[in-house]
Write a protein that binds this ligand. Structure first.
Ligand code: FES
Length: 104
């Protein structure tokens, strides 16, 4: 695995969102309520983009059909419970110097 730096820490603030295309994966880096997350840009339900999805209390709400995913716990589907849907891919964050990134 190699460290892929995504952003300088000084540039992060609540409301920050930026997308990256890396190794064929479309990834969003976001900060809300002081928490930073990196996750797949497309919803695992019907692949709508999550560019403007709401993030609150560590949960992401897809505006297409209202599905909710836990960004703090591997992108687990929170709602609707029991619906056959894959988890949202969440990337673990890695920090080096003044940068945040992911390991790929
Ligand atoms: S595409 Fe995200 S909930 Fe349906």
């Amino acid at each position: 695995m190699r460290f892929i730096p995504l952003e300088r820490l000084i540039n992060l603030q609540d409301g920050y969102r930026r997308r990256f295309e890396l190794d064929g994966q479309s990834i969003l880096l976001a900060q809300e309520e002081g928490e930073v997350f990196a996750f797949a840009r497309h919803c695992p339900h019907q692949h709508y983009t999550l560019d403007y999805a709401r993030i609150e209390n560590g949960a992401l709400y897809c505006s297409a059909h209202g599905f909710e995913f836990n960004l703090r716990r591997s992108g687990d589907l929170i709602k609707p419970q029991g619906f056959p849907c894959n988890n949202l891919k969440v990337y673990g964050l890695h920090y080096e110097g003044d940068k945040v990134g992911i390991l790929l």
